[in-house]
Ligand binder design. Structure first.
Ligand code: ADP
Length: 352
């Protein structure tokens, strides 16, 4: 990053290095790229130094595809997970809101790992952090770095951290971080994925030691694959378990109420919760979706055509719809998998 590229216009198309000042008549880049770069320029019209020797198209990709301008998730949208919410509030949100207080002894860790079964709200937590702390949210799936960006992953990682640096406070959420920072034997590793991993660790090291307000959140369903270097950098490691019975009830009520379809009694809700032991948050969402089709199927069976159907005439979602849906939507996490998470949590998780 230290290699300053002098401001000489590049004629090799939009994939070359860029100038520090975006020339008004520079026709080597498209309008959208130019617009995106202009938004990152300082008041002097200069691009911040961190972005100067990065490829414009990668900066554009980060700004348009990876940066989420409106994460739109609040704590109240997430069922249960009180422990995780409390830890995250203290460790992440307060420091992002009040950097002046969180200095010295109180300076926060810059790396957070959320681990647990798929579909339990890890991504939601990441988005909620950005929403609550009024930070810019960047979402990237680590497996896309190795599959979709073959050979370019390193450059994209640099662009990602570079843009995040210009958009502080920022939260970088790396999904499936295990595929990037796994403990595969180095001789079996591809040279390119080793380089990518090194680049990623270098970038993390860079903002860890500085005063940047950037938080890296890694999420994984396979924490046991992370190596020691990854664990060391992700100082806080929170287990995000399957939802409790109360959380499952909350998800059912919340989703159905949004559509004015919640009419289950407390007893009936309890029955559904009992029958959904072991379901993840996203399993619950799929279950509710399936159950909510019950009234529609019933109405159509009575011979009313879909085009003539009056929405208000449909009955509410009932317990029997959930019972039918339970045959279709099965839990996606096995109890043996849960054992692995619990063991890893005991060994490496932040329990307090
Ligand atoms: P993960 O990142 O853990 O794989 P997500 O956060 O992407 O899971 O969750 C997937 C979907 O499942 C969410 O969009 C949401 O609809 C539902 N969901 C999962 N966990 C919860 C939760 N704790 N509260 C509310 N909805 C949840």
């Amino acid at each position: 990053r230290g290699n300053f590229v002098p401001p000489i216009r590049n004629n090799g198309g939009s994939s070359g290095n860029m100038t520090s000042r975006i020339g008004k008549n520079d026709d080597s880049m498209g309008d959208s790229t130019r617009k995106c770069l202009e938004m990152l320029c300082g008041p002097d019209g200069e691009l911040p130094e961190k972005l100067r020797n990065l490829e414009p198209r990668l900066i554009e990709h980060v700004s348009n595809e990876i940066m989420d301008k409106d994460p739109n998730v609040r704590w109240d949208d997430i069922a249960g997970l009180e422990h995780a919410k409390k830890c995250v509030t203290e460790m992440v949100i307060w420091p992002l809101l009040r950097p002046d207080i969180f200095r010295g002894c109180r300076s926060p860790g810059r790396g957070l790992l959320l681990f647990g079964p798929p579909g339990t709200g890890k991504t939601m937590i990441g988005k909620a952090i950005a929403g609550e702390a009024k930070a810019t949210f960047f979402y990237i799936s680590a497996s896309s770095l190795t599959s979709k960006w073959i050979g370019e992953g390193e450059k994209l990682v640099r662009a990602l951290f570079g843009v995040a640096c210009c958009r502080q406070p920022a939260v970088i959420f790396v999904d499936e971080i295990d595929s990037l920072l796994s403990q595969r034997k180095s001789d079996g590793e591809h040279e390119s994925s080793r380089r990518l991993k090194t680049q990623f660790l270098i970038e993390m090291e860079g903002f860890d030691s500085g005063n940047d307000q950037i938080l890296l959140i890694g999420a994984t369903n396979r924490p046991q694959e992370l190596d020691e270097a990854a664990r060391r950098r992700l100082t806080k490691r929170l287990y995000i378990p399957l939802p409790s019975s109360e959380a499952r009830a909350w998800i059912i009520r919340n989703l159905l109420e949004k559509d004015g379809l919640f009419k289950l009694t407390e007893e009936e809700t309890k029955v559904v919760c009992k029958l959904t032991e072991g379901y993840s948050g996203s399993d619950m969402k799929n279950l509710v979706k399936d159950a909510s089709m019950g009234p529609l199927r019933d109405a159509l069976q009575q011979g009313v055509g879909i085009t003539k159907l009056i929405k208000e005439d449909m009955r509410p979602v009932m317990l029997k719809d959930f019972e039918t849906a339970l045959q279709e939507v099965r839990p996606s996490v096995s109890s043996s998998e849960l054992g692995i998470y619990e063991e890893w949590n005991r060994q490496f998780g932040s329990l307090a």
